[in-house]
Design a protein around this ligand. Structure first.
Ligand code: X8Z
Ligand code: ZN
Length: 593
């Protein structure tokens, strides 16, 4: 699945661990004598068959847990996770026998992927491995079940993330916003001690794999060294920062008009509860406060969806039609039978949207608590991007059934959703006629509020985790380090003082569920690069079918003619908006200290 912890979890142990007994079926006796190419090829074939079985068992258990959170489903999900980790690590340890042997490139690549792609490696000790999987599973469950219960009120007053998010999106009352913002952050302090232990155990697993810490292991998945990747991310951020600064300045000015300069001071970060999003990560809900003066007829997708009485299922059908109109296949019947589109009233589920690849073949599914609005219309397209990518690479060898890098997976659906333009809305029947006078400014501003606003958040979540995993940030500073990064990158500040009794990073799904996040930052750069190239070529399908069989640089080249991720496409895309923002920002004091 995309957006799920622990999978695909592919990794290795060092040779030193080969002899450690695992709780799963033991490997066949290691062949004697010097290793040969034929032996390596046979090993890879056997490993891939075994991995496929481990992955799909784990997926099924995890699917049930996320769709039906109980103590029992949690225990079973943890168990199958543990089986997968143990099995994968045993195979990876066996694979070290072929280190240094001259191998055909695809075999060498598979062995490398087996060794580096692990998301949550566990220590070799079975009890510690069990402890780790129980922690990670329980953190995700707690997030899924999380509710804010206002003190002194009956349980019926408790509200879940979907309800709280709706308030943050629509209320313009600072007191209500503050209570809601703080309310959701009552869910995460109980996660703190377990997170601290998770860091210790995950780091131990990463060390066993030969990496200094878990962050270095995550950064190793990009066909370059971890150090090179960290620099690559910094380079891209510097490319896009001017876009963000312009938008930040403009939006802060508009919030000052609404809430006053006392609440939103010049030269200071913006208070987080006023941004229309629980984490201030996307600002589309501020549209009514920040919209440019109308240039012509305005289009409101949320209103169109509701007017036409589109329900959750129909939103997914519309999404599917987008993909089939580009020549992709219809989704398999099991997708429609097995997916979850609407939040069930009678049980706890993990609502965070995700696209699952249960058997790494055709059993693809979507799990999402769809709201009928523009944001979720885009998210449906995003998730289906994962689904179509999964279907496209399903004929690859198991270890290659993944995107070129994880940013590619996150970028595909978004790239297409960039084409949710008035013409598209007409094609899918939501709009009768594209207004001739609808200028680009509205569209660009709407996109900027989602895509540009997101960039620093997309970056900082893993900056925090990288610092935490490396020990640069000790547990006693978890929360202050988080807010230091939010301030530095987003120019956003907590509306009330926070302390180390809080655990605000855990209020974000991907931290609680241990899903790496830099992928979304990359995706927000890549989708514009893809889109620019797609206007010239049609290299999408072939790239998706390649899966992870080649370095992502080659996949990128096949699609765009470029070998490097490049933020000039996003700069090009928003050029007219930036010029407009510069005009608007004249006389404003921009930036924050
Ligand atoms: O988690 C997601 C997707 C599922 S892969 C809904 N996204 C990130 C988030 O919600 O924080 C998409 C954008 C960023
Ligand atoms: Zn995604």
């Amino acid at each position: 699945m995309r957006c799920r912890p622990l999978l695909p979890l592919r990794g290795a142990l060092l040779l030193a661990l080969v002899a450690v007994p695992f709780a799963v079926a033991a490997a066949p006796a290691a062949p004697s004598g010097p290793p040969t190419v034929a032996e390596a090829e046979a090993f890879v074939a056997r490993a891939e068959a075994e991995l496929l079985a481990l992955w799909s068992d784990q997926q099924r258990a995890s699917w049930i847990q996320s769709n039906f959170i109980t103590d029992d489903t949690e225990a079973l999900a943890a168990l199958f996770n543990e089986k997968m980790i143990a099995g994968t690590m045993r195979l990876a340890a066996e694979a070290t026998r072929y280190d240094g042997l001259a191998l055909p490139p695809d075999v060498a690549r598979k062995l490398r992927l087996l060794k580096i792609s692990i998301v949550t490696p566990a220590p070799a000790d079975a009890a510690l491995r069990r402890e780790l999987t129980e922690i990670t599973t329980s953190l995700e469950s707690d997030y899924g079940k999380g509710k804010y219960c206002p003190p002194g009120q009956p349980p019926s007053a408790c509200r879940d993330l979907e309800q709280l998010s709706a308030t943050i999106a629509t209320s313009r009352d600072p007191n209500v916003l503050l209570e809601t913002w703080q309310g959701w952050r009552t869910v995460s302090p109980p996660m703190r001690a377990r997170y601290e232990r998770f860091v210790q155990l995950g780091n131990q697993g990463a060390k066993d794999l030969g990496y200094p810490d878990l962050g270095a292991l995550w950064r190793a998945g990009y066909d370059m060294t971890p150090e090179e990747f960290a620099q690559e991310v910094d380079r891209l951020w510097l490319q896009v920062k001017p876009l963000y600064d312009g938008l930040h300045c403009y939006v802060r000015g508009k919030l000052q008009e609404k809430y006053g300069k006392a609440a939103v001071p010049d030269g200071q970060p913006i208070p987080a509860h006023l941004m229309g999003n629980m984490w201030a990560q996307a600002w589309g809900n501020l549209w009514d406060l920040v919209a440019p003066p109308p240039q012509g007829t305005r289009i409101d997708v949320t209103q169109l969806l509701r007017q036409k009485q589109i329900d959750a299922l129909e939103m997914v059908r519309i999404g599917e039609r987008f993909y089939t109109s580009l020549g992709m296949m219809k989704l398999p019947p099991t997708f429609w039978e097995r997916s979850l589109f609407v939040k069930p009233a009678d049980r706890e589920v993990v609502c965070h949207a995700s696209a699952w690849d249960i058997d790494f073949d055709q059993d693809v599914r979507l799990k999402m608590c769809i709201k009928i609005d523009e944001e979720d219309f885009a998210t449906v397209h995003h998730e289906l991007g994962h689904t179509y990518y999964q279907l496209a690479y399903r004929r690859q060898a198991p270890l290659f059934r993944d995107s070129a890098n994880d940013g590619f997976h996150e970028a595909v659906g978004d790239t297409l959703a960039l084409s949710v333009t008035p013409d598209y809305l007409v094609k899918v029947g939501l709009l009768d006629k594209a207004p001739a006078d609808a200028g680009d400014l509205d569209l660009l501003m709407r996109q900027a509020l989602e895509k540009i606003a997101f960039l620093p958040f997309g970056l900082l979540v893993d900056q925090w985790r990288w610092q935490v995993f490396s020990g640069q940030v000790p547990p006693a500073q978890y929360n202050q380090a988080w807010w230091a990064l939010v301030r530095k990158y987003q120019g956003v500040a907590p509306p009330v003082p926070r302390s180390e009794a809080d655990f605000d990073p855990g209020s974000k799904y991907h931290v609680a569920a241990n899903v790496p996040y830099t992928r979304y930052f990359l995706a927000h750069v890549l989708q514009f690069q893809f889109q620019r190239a797609l206007c010239q070529t049609a290299g999408y399908k072939g790239t998706m079918e390649m899966g992870r069989s080649q370095p992502w640089q080659d996949a990128l080249f096949a699609m765009t003619g470029q070998k490097q991720m490049d933020a000039t496409a996003i700069l090009d895309y928003f050029k007219p908006l930036m010029a407009w923002l510069e005009q608007q920002n004249k006389g404003r004091t921009c930036g924050w200290n």
